[in-house]
Ligand binder design. Structure first.
Ligand SMILES: Cc1ncc(COP(=O)(O)O)c(C=O)c1O
Length: 359
């Protein structure tokens, strides 16, 4: 065997520095999973039936153009069908966006800490991540993000509201930011948690995209719609960008099951949004209780809360795990806790209270 063969295939050196995506820990039989910002509810009946019906034909490839879902989305958002691009979860659409805009030598700007896939998908494309620290209030530092723009910048990812802090950017700041970004740089408004927003001063990205050819919106069926396991998300983007997304996406990525369940979800939206409202009310209750316990808390507009625990992050996560609640620690920074079913939230609150008293 030659030396080269013994060493195995040569892989791209740029992969060496890339962390692998860490999923939220799975819950054991006797614990609650509050680590992945999932929706705690079971699928609505109509949605489950649509998925089950589609399961009967999984010997066939899905509709590659996802015509029915695309048209449903186009109608709902009042955009041309050509502006809708689907993917296996919005994370894969985000990856397609990076692949469509940035390669070696190019830069991708995003806030940090934000969605942990951003640096990964940037480096997978061979591009350079430019993380810009959040402000002391856990918000995007839009001025610093503008200052980070160079002639090599190709893409800016804006997570609104931000994962993991839950803080949302309001209209005047976001409009000012978009006006200052050069028109040849694509700005992605990642609105994975849009449906949980209750601050009316936060703009709808779809409205911002309409008159701005360099703005694109990302949405997902994984969170409010409760289809995380089926993997379907989408971008709304002007035609050149949407067309590029169809080129960089993996063909036949979105299964028929996912397509049909997503269509059924849109048609069952009223019922779904009642559930979302219940989660928002739980968020209000949990946030108030945490403040009552003495935790300094930023206002979350998403389906999770953020505790900046610094050095105590890992200890808190361990204490929560021991009590039966799996949370998401970012060691040295803080813990993100999804708003789940009431019993899970109550258990989390009792852990938080005990921890607060201890330190
Ligand atoms: C901000 C943000 N964007 C995108 C995603 C990806 O979600 P999905 O790929 O399930 O649509 C997530 C998931 O956690 C997220 O937090």
């Amino acid at each position: 065997m030659s030396g080269t063969a013994a060493q195995g295939p040569r892989l791209r050196a740029s992969l060496d520095g890339i962390p692998t995506y860490k999923p939220g820990k799975p819950a054991g039989a006797d614990s609650f999973k509050l680590s992945s910002n999932e929706n705690p509810y079971e699928p609505l009946p109509g949605v489950l039936e649509a998925a089950v019906a589609a399961a009967g034909s999984f010997n066939r490839y899905p509709d590659m153009a996802a015509v029915e879902l695309t048209e449903e989305l186009a109608r709902r958002f009042e955009v041309p069908a050509e502006h809708v691009a689907l993917g296996t979860g919005s994370v894969s659409v985000a990856q397609s966006l990076v692949l469509a805009t940035a390669g070696p030598g190019d830069e991708v700007i995003f806030a940090w800490r934000s969605f942990e896939a951003y640096p990964i998908i940037t480096q997978v494309a061979g591009a350079t991540p430019v993380p810009v620290p959040l402000t002391g209030d856990e918000a995007h530092d839009l001025d610093a993000m503008l200052a980070a723009i160079t002639p090599r910048t190709r893409l800016i990812l804006v997570c609104n509201p931000n994962n993991p802090t839950g803080v949302a950017i309001r209209r005047p700041e976001l409009e000012r930011f978009l006006a200052a970004v050069p028109g040849d740089i694509l700005v992605v408004l990642d609105e994975a948690y849009r449906e949980f927003l209750r601050d009316e001063q936060v703009p709808d990205g779809v409205e911002l995209y309409r008159s701005r050819p360099n703005v694109c919106v990302l949405r997902t069926f994984s969170k409010a719609y409760g289809l995380a396991g089926l993997r379907v998300g989408f971008a709304i983007a002007h035609e050149p960008v949407a067309t590029a997304l169809r080129k960089t996406a993996v063909p036949f990525g979105v299964s028929q099951l996912a397509q049909d369940a997503a269509v059924a979800s849109l048609r069952a939206e009223d019922a779904l949004l009642v559930r979302v409202q219940a989660l928002v009310e739980e968020r209000t209750r949990v946030s108030a209780a945490l403040r009552e316990q003495g935790w300094p808390l930023v206002e979350s507009q998403a389906n999770f809360v953020w505790l900046r625990l610094g050095e105590r992050t890992v200890d808190f996560a361990a204490a929560a795990g021991a009590a039966g609640v799996i949370v998401r620690p970012f060691p040295g920074e803080g813990v993100r806790v999804t708003i789940g079913e009431t019993a899970a939230n109550d258990l989390f609150l009792s852990v938080a209270e005990a921890f607060r008293k201890e330190v």
